[in-house]
Every structure is written in C-alpha cells, then in structure tokens.
Design a binder for this molecule. Sequence first.
Ligand code: FES
Length: 94
Amino acid sequence: MAAVKEARHGHLRANLKPEHSAIGSINSFMRCTMKGVCAQCLCKHSEPTTGEKYFVYSCYNQDQELDRVDFSNLNSPLRQNSVQEKLSKLWLDE
Ligand code: FES
C-alpha cells in the first residue's frame, strides 16, 4: 500500500485525475477487534493539508485514505511482532 501511495504521486500521476482519492485496506496488528479496547491496532495518520497528526483504530475502519496513513509508523509494530510469530511457529513445529 505504501508503494501504491508513492506511485500515485510519482510515475502514475500523469494517468490519474488530480482530484482522485485512494483507499486501502490497512492490515495493522489487531488483538481484540472491539473498536477501542486494546489499542493494538492504532494507526498514525496525518492530515494532508495541515500535517496534523492523529490516531485511528484500524479495527474500527480498515479502509483508510492512503494519503493519511503513516506507513513507517505502521510497519514498526508489525516488525516487532514478527519475532514472536517466528518463535511461536518454531515452538509449534517442535
Ligand atoms: S484491535 Fe483492539 S482496539 Fe482495535
């Protein structure tokens, strides 16, 4: 999704209408999926015009405007959990 976001503003720009918007299904880490209970799914956004930062619960709405999503912030918890996922897989294989 981050690559799509970049491509829209890069080499695809000439083929797109200037007023278009892009929505992506954001796969952030989720635990409870109860819309605000555990906060594991928080996704950092920034307002494109003002740069104001805010957070949204991805389990409340997975379909988010690509221009608002901070993909570097989204990647950090996913990478953090990958170690636990690999250990769990090794344990289950054992
Ligand atoms: S997954 Fe728990 S609040 Fe979204």
